[in-house]
Design a protein around this ligand. Structure first.
Ligand SMILES: [Zn+2]
Length: 183
């Protein structure tokens, strides 16, 4: 099954703490992003995936709602990656923690949206762990709730994120647009 291969390819959460290229400096806002929410898109493709997820998957929408109640700001971008998706803790201030989620592009709508859901699940894991503020505490979290370094050094994976990928993909495929694409 594609998902099984996909799980092995997903190397999940990186330890790097840095202000990465393409991510607004904390405190700056993106122009033209409409009403600011805690999950913010950096490019047009990311905005499409976010909208598809929110509208086509109750599980995806519930994760967005959870993140809205968190102290996180999550920037979502699409770009060519060697992985289907990844997430990084970019910075932490006393009142806010900043994450960057990247989804590999190009790709199929539903699969890219499912990978975005997978990475947003990692964001929820961090939202629930308010003590995670740097790479050491991030690593401790994933040693506790996931598998660290199983697939690649300086990365981690969780069963919860793997399951979200499958759940959201199935929910998206049940929508009228998803059903049409399968025919
Ligand atoms: Zn992952």
């Amino acid at each position: 099954m594609a998902s099984q291969a996909g799980w092995r390819r997903c190397l999940g959460v990186g330890w790097l703490i840095s202000v990465a290229a393409g991510v607004p400096i904390p405190g700056q806002e993106l122009p033209g992003n409409g009403a600011m929410t805690r999950v913010r898109t950096c490019d047009a493709r990311a905005a499409v995936l976010l909208r598809q997820g929110r509208e086509g998957s109750p599980t995806f929408a519930a994760m967005l709602q959870r993140l809205e109640g968190s102290d996180l700001i999550v920037y979502v971008e699409t770009r060519p990656l060697t992985l289907p998706g990844q997430m990084q803790l970019v910075a932490a201030s006393p009142t806010c923690r900043y994450l960057r989620v990247s989804v590999h592009t190009p790709g199929l709508d539903t699969e890219q949206t499912a990978w975005l859901a997978h990475e947003l699940r990692h964001a929820v894991e961090i939202a629930d762990a308010t003590d995670v503020r740097d790479q050491a505490s991030l690593r401790r979290l994933y040693e506790r709730i996931g598998a660290v370094g199983r697939y690649r050094a300086h990365s981690a994976e969780t069963l919860g994120a793997q399951e979200i990928w499958t759940t959201v993909l199935h929910e998206l495929q049940r929508t009228p647009a998803g059903a049409a694409r399968r025919q």
